[in-house]
Design a protein around this ligand. Structure first.
Ligand SMILES: [Zn+2]
Length: 224
């Protein structure tokens, strides 16, 4: 992947799948379809609620949280009031749940947030919370199935809350053969270049500690 692809600024590496509708790295479509087929055979309607996400979208998520327009949470998932926090405190809260623009694994098209569409009604609003993926949550059976089967198809969970600073995300899976190349290619220098011109709120504080943020939230991931 090129620097622009790695940081989500272009989508030249992305292909669109029609059913279920999602955008993924062109080489991840087939592995995902195989994973989905196996899940279907075992009774799960496995669909992504998020696949590829571009830089502009991640920037909007970041700025929404930083400005207080979108909810901000502490490490236990309790709501925080952004107005009461200094810029470094806001950044510390955001990075536990959301990636810095340019540093999201969703930019690569190798990572997906997965649910079982069959486990909930059509009006259900997916929140992607730990409770949904833990018994008696609706997606707990799928989480267990993925835990046992995803690796056979090349997928793994990068965010288990062990080595990665990101909170555990039992819904987030990554296609290792391509994502590992991307993780190694996305250096702090490359990320810095992507952020330099971006209208990122709190930018000077992010750039000031970018090496540390990169080490903890980009370079460090969890393996099974
Ligand atoms: Zn995700």
């Amino acid at each position: 992947m090129t620097p622009a692809e790695l940081t989500g600024q272009v989508r030249t590496h992305i292909a669109d799948l029609a059913d279920p509708p999602c955008a993924l790295h062109a080489s991840v479509i087939a592995p995902f379809v195989n994973l989905r087929r196996a899940a279907l055979a075992d009774g799960f309607d496995l669909v992504p609620v998020s696949g590829f996400r571009d830089f502009a979208r991640q920037l909007a998520i970041w700025n929404g949280k930083f400005s207080g327009a979108a909810p901000l949470y502490d490490e236990s998932g309790h709501p925080l009031d952004a107005a009461q926090l200094s810029p470094p405190e806001r950044i510390g809260a955001i990075v536990q749940w959301s990636a810095i623009p340019g540093a999201s694994r969703h930019h690569w098209g190798t990572d997906l947030d997965l649910i079982d569409r069959r486990a909930v009604g059509p009006g259900y609003r997916v929140q992607l919370t730990a409770a949904e993926f833990t018994p008696p949550g609706p997606f707990a059976p799928l989480a267990q199935w993925l835990e046992s089967n995803a690796a056979r198809f090349g997928f793994f969970r990068p965010f288990r809350g062990v080595l990665s600073g990101v909170q555990p995300e039992p819904w987030h899976f990554s296609f290792a053969p391509i994502a590992e190349h991307a993780r190694r290619a996305l250096t702090p220098a490359l990320l810095r270049a992507a952020l330099d011109e971006a209208p990122l709120l709190g930018k000077e504080h992010v750039l000031e500690r970018l090496d540390e943020l990169h080490a903890r939230y980009v370079a460090s991931i969890d393996w099974p």
